[in-house]
Ligand binder design. Structure first.
Ligand SMILES: [Zn+2]
Length: 160
């Protein structure tokens, strides 16, 4: 039962700073990453928000072992806490559901991480297309590759 104690994960500890790494990627790499992330999102399992918190309780009976100062108290009993509509909500998680609940919490965090990255990647792809042409040039190079030396040099673009 003691392994439960290792459970607390602070919700605010999640912070994804992937920008540095992503800034280096070209459009094709961004699109590849976007496909990977979409595939990950299509495989989402049961999930829930919040953190598990363990509580120990002194029952108050003077004859009980928990009356000893060194005794942590009965428990742990675990509850899930999360924020909803500006309020902190709590739900008791029975011992037999703790492992499952941890997996559901982890799944939500994975989902959130993947969705955030997907949004970032997507924005970069949008930017790359807006700024246009370095990315466009790669695509046309691929498509028009078979037609080389047909005499037309009009596809050449000025570099910025
Ligand atoms: Zn007691």
């Amino acid at each position: 039962m003691q392994e439960w104690v290792s459970v607390y994960l602070s919700d605010s500890s999640i912070c994804c700073q992937t920008e540095g790494a992503m800034a280096q990627l070209g459009l094709e790499e961004l699109e590849r990453r976007q496909r990977e992330l979409k595939a990950q999102l299509s495989n989402v399992h049961d999930m829930r928000r919040g953190s598990l918190v363990a509580r120990y309780r002194k029952c108050g009976k003077p004859s009980c072992c928990c009356a000893d100062e060194q005794h942590a108290g009965h428990g742990p009993s675990l509850s899930l806490t999360w924020q909803e509509g500006g309020k902190t909500r709590t739900k008791i998680i029975p011992a037999e559901a703790v492992e499952r609940t941890q997996a559901q919490i982890a799944e939500f965090r994975r989902f959130r991480r993947v969705s955030r990255e997907l949004v970032e990647i997507s924005e970069r792809i949008c930017d790359a297309r807006l700024e246009g042409e370095p990315a466009e040039a790669q695509a046309t190079a691929k498509k028009g590759g078979s037609k080389k030396s047909s005499g037309s040099r009009s596809s050449r673009r000025s570099r910025r």
